[in-house]
Write a protein that binds this ligand. Sequence first.
Ligand SMILES: [Zn+2]
Length: 628
Amino acid sequence: MIHFNRTVARCVFGVALALASASSYAAQPAAPPAERYVWDLRDLYPNVAAWDAERKRLLAELPKLEALSGTLGKDAASLRRGLDTISAVKLSLNRVGVYASLEADADQRVSSAIERRELAKKLSSDFDKATSWLTNDILAIGAATVDKYIAADPGLAKHAYFLRDTVRRAPHTLSPEGEKIMAAASTLREDPESIYEMISNADIPWPTVKLADGTDAKLTNAGYTRYRQVDNRADRKAVFDSFWQVHKDYQDSLGATLFAEVKGNVFSAQTRKYPGALASALAGDNLPDGVYRTLVSETNAALPTLHHYLQLRKRLLKITDDMRYYDIYPPMFSLKKVFNIEDTKTITLAAVAPLGREYQSTLREAVNARWMHVYPGEGKRSGAYMNGSAYGLHPYLLLNHNDDYEGLSTFAHEWGHGMHSILADKAQPFETSSYSTFTAEIASITNEFLLNDYMVANAKTKDEKLYYLGAALENIRGTMFRQVMFAEFELLIHEAVEKGEALTGEKLTEIYCGLLKRYHGEAAGVMKIDDLYCTEWSYIPHFYYNFYVFQYATSMVAAGYFADQITKGNAQRDTYLNVLKAGGSDYPYEILKKAGLDMATPTPYRTLFARMDRVIAQIEELERTPGK
Ligand SMILES: [Zn+2]
């Protein structure tokens, strides 16, 4: 695996939010959207023919990359020339990929666009094959000579991070023969997730429940997220009972797939001589496992804050008997306020004022260019993301703007990503511009915090203010507590397998139940969790992403820290902007540490929980204030 691959910066965060809170999309607009709200792909290529010509040119380059094998170690200049050649192809290839994926996402019914996306994917995997020798060639040069070459040739400076990182992994890299076996085994390791997806998306017969108003609610995954938040409490209970009973019926199969996934991770970690599956998963970013463990322990220590929120929620929902797990999703406050796309731009620009005039003016230019596909449309991909893979050009954003606060918040979030890419691209050469997943959600969530603080400060009525504060609480619950509970579950099940234990559906439910009850304060009388709902683990696809979700939480922690810092002065603001400008020029843990944020220590976590305490206190104070 080549480490300087610039992966498509897709907003995976949206996946977590979809699980954390309900999201629905507006009906299709009647008329096609104005041209200025549709991205202009001609910035990439004038037309499809030009795109295809470029793709073919790059395909013809691949044999030359393959022929570089065995030539890099000769001297510093050979190493530089080889890496420069690979880099140049990679940069162009990313653009080919961006064009094809954006075009396909805009309307997935266009089969020629889908075909082009497949061709771009093929080009990318052909590139990987043509350069698969690279790691072994660098390891053969050896750490001392690599260092000597870097010192001798200034042109190698931009490749230094990649080179040293490759050398760092030497103890966990197998012989060429061993790597070949691991590559072959890696296709087998994709099977648990594929089987899980099959059962979860195709085989499970989704139940239908009749709601009090006569609606027949079909509980697909999307139906579940929609109906679990309805006002009628008996309806919510019916939705939960049916949805989780079906998962219980499939518990044995879904347990077997998750056990297979975990065994695969443990196998890979052991073969690569890591002390454990967690260490192996964190090794790519060179993250100390203290980050993971501090996240889990600090979040556990802050459970009273979550319980305080749940008690507030109970009061606001006017629940007089026990609070139940199905009471977690209905909104506490509502807001009927329209934020059309132009309002959304204006408000976001005002909200990021603490980031300075330069940031603001860059963002103003960006949001008014044709870099966004704004409105929902038939055949268009759902959700929202930023694609920043066209280095040296500009980011593109896909939105499904809905004229509500969620749409506004998503806009600020995605433009956080967009500005991160713009700043990193400007400050870094291509080779170190791409930032890691560990830092990828910091800029986006920082913008969400700045937006929320701005909305609270500028709310016209008490009800409006309460709505924004309520949204802030839900955001922290869903991204922090829920994701850390998932992260702790992942850790527990991997450790169990490492100790030689077997996992079954029943065992997984038992482990998950313990966490669900502890996090939601059952022993303290905060919430009652029905055992049936403890099959929730079987519904979370992220457990097949190998220690991934903790990064949602750590990103929010870092964002909370920076959102507080930014308002303290220009020096603190610049420190934050330097984190964004650093791109992928260093390990993410080091980039943050240089900015005064040590993610292996308790302080940043406590800063975020203090923010949550403040929000709860604000709501409680408004509750005591008479009037609307
Ligand atoms: Zn995001």
